[in-house]
Design a protein around this ligand. Sequence first.
Ligand code: ATP
Ligand code: MG
Length: 211
Amino acid sequence: MAPSAEPAASPGPTPGRAAADKAGLRRRLAQARAAMPVAARNEAGRLIRDCVLGLPEVAAAGTIAAYYSVGTEPDTRSLVFALWKRGSYVVLPVLLGDGDLDWASYEGPDSLAPGPRGLLQPLEPVRGVSTVARADVVLVPALAVDVAGNRLGRGGGSYDRALARVGPQVPVIALLYDPELLPAVPVMPHDQPVRAVARPGYGITRLPCAE
Ligand SMILES: Nc1ncnc2c1ncn2[C@@H]1O[C@H](COP(=O)(O)OP(=O)(O)OP(=O)(O)O)[C@@H](O)[C@H]1O
Ligand SMILES: [Mg+2]
């Protein structure tokens, strides 16, 4: 009997290769962020804040899942404060031991306390990992996003878990510096895409796009 013809394995990157590519790209992006003058990072945070506050979906949102920036991330602290001040219900992540994200409400700058990995986290009671599924807008950190919407995070997989719970119609917006929307980032099957990016010099870019 003739041996059955196995379909050829599809080419494309192996998981090990994609993981190594992600690690290398993360290093380069983190170095570029660290090399930015503090004043430029702060100005980027202000511009991103103003463009996100101006989005109709954000203005109309009852509940916004956001995050409190740390390190060299574009600053979100004044954005979170402004959203809360104008009456949105803002929930912030609380990192769980297994890397998943729970959520609790932001009730002003005094409602936060230091958490793991340098994070500032809400002191309010956690509301469950599925809280993010009830948000009208989700703001997410990223080191880079590509024109198809693929997102590269810091490598914990936390946002891949959280975004898997978010419906396809919900605006998921990553906040980036200008050079961080790339032609392609390495992607694995578990990676969850975003639907837009906000950048200081370009405002909102809906994805996928042809840029
Ligand atoms: N739903 C999941 N359940 C368990 N592990 C997961 C899940 N999603 C991703 N992971 C794991 O998380 C690890 C990091 O994933 P990845 O490199 O995509 O992180 P990332 O998207 O850059 O990080 P983050 O989402 O935290 O910003 C991978 O080893 C992956 O297997
Ligand atoms: Mg991922």
